[in-house]
Design a protein around this ligand. Structure first.
Ligand code: C2E
Ligand code: MG
Ligand code: MG
Ligand code: MG
Length: 279
């Protein structure tokens, strides 16, 4: 029932966490089977438009619904899954499910955007852009609703091919976001030469913006850079109303974090949105 849903959500919100089990050491075979049997699914964390306080989309974050252990966070399996050569398969699985879910939101009258994390290894595969277009076509989602998030730490090793894939995606309207901005190792040159549409301020700076004046400066400078490079700005890890207020004041476009909600299972997302908008 709605009532029990909100009780659960309140408990989640009280805990202010969406880090599920991260210490479980899964075996290779468990990961292989889990992918085959559809145990890897996206949860959805709302994106709030800082100007009008309306929900404007969500980030899909992978969770492993392990039959014996329960829900596992990416920190528990992403590295190993990547070593097993399965990251491309995971990305396409999450893309497919996230886009299908986004289309179902549109069918219920919203225009939410969907952001999906991709690995730099995906971008080095020159077939990747076509796979993305196939999924968009299959569900009939216009490309402009899809953002792909890429972590800057990871791009620099594979710059040539990654640039080509990003350009192909961008030409057809898919938007590219630079994730964890400021804690990776990309250069300013890379920032201005890559076809990014969005910049995500790393949560490290957001978390420390009132703790450490240098973090505040990093947030401010990142938002300044985004604005003047014509990039949409997103602050992740927004945990308090004070942070939200200051980020709005500094011109941040989109807010994401436990101050609003942790990542939610698909079936709870729209109910959360209705609840939020009625406040
Ligand atoms: P990310 O893309 O930077 O995602 C943000 C992380 O911060 C998520 O952790 C999210 O749950 C967490 N978070 C959100 N709001 C708050 C907050 O207010 N406070 C704090 N302390 N944390 C917050 P999560 O889900 O564990 O994901 C960790 C990383 O794993 C992601 O970082 C992303 O790099 C990667 N990842 C997640 N899903 C996927 C996926 O489907 N594919 C790939 N390739 N990577 C993924
Ligand atoms: Mg991300
Ligand atoms: Mg991030
Ligand atoms: Mg991260």
């Amino acid at each position: 029932s709605l009532e029990s849903l909100f009780t659960q959500l309140e408990q989640l919100e009280e805990k202010k966490v969406d880090q599920f089990n991260v210490s479980y050491q899964a075996s290779d075979q468990e990961i292989i089977n889990g992918l085959q049997y559809g145990q890897f699914v996206p949860f959805f964390q709302p994106h709030i438009n800082a100007t009008n306080n309306q929900i404007c989309g969500a980030e899909a974050l992978v969770r492993w619904q392990h039959p014996k252990i329960g829900v596992l966070s990416p920190d528990a399996f992403l590295k190993k899954l990547t070593k097993l050569g399965l990251i491309n398969k995971l990305t396409l699985t999450i893309l497919d499910l996230a886009i299908a879910t986004c289309v179902s939101w549109h069918q219920q009258g919203t225009q939410y955007r969907i952001s999906v994390n991709v690995s730099p290894l995906d971008l080095t595969d020159l077939n990747f852009a076509d796979r993305v277009f196939e999924i968009l076509n299959h569900y009939q989602l216009p490309a402009k609703y899809l953002t792909l998030e890429i972590t800057e730490t990871e791009i620099c090793n594979h710059l040539g091919k990654a640039l080509e894939t990003m350009s192909r995606l961008r030409i057809k309207g898919v938007e590219i976001s630079i994730d964890d901005f400021g804690t990776g190792s990309s250069s300013m040159l890379q920032l201005i030469t890559s076809p990014f549409r969005e910049l995500k301020v790393d949560q490290f700076f957001v978390r420390n913006m009132f703790v450490d004046p240098k973090s505040y400066t990093a947030v401010k400078a990142s938002l300044y850079l985004a604005k003047h490079l014509n990039l949409r700005s997103v602050a992740e890890g927004v945990e308090t109303e004070e942070q939200a207020k200051e980020l709005k004041h500094l011109g941040c476009n989109i807010l994401q974090g436990y101050n609003y909600s942790p990542a939610l299972p698909a079936e709870k997302f729209l109910q959360w949105c209705q609840h939020f908008q009625s406040k």
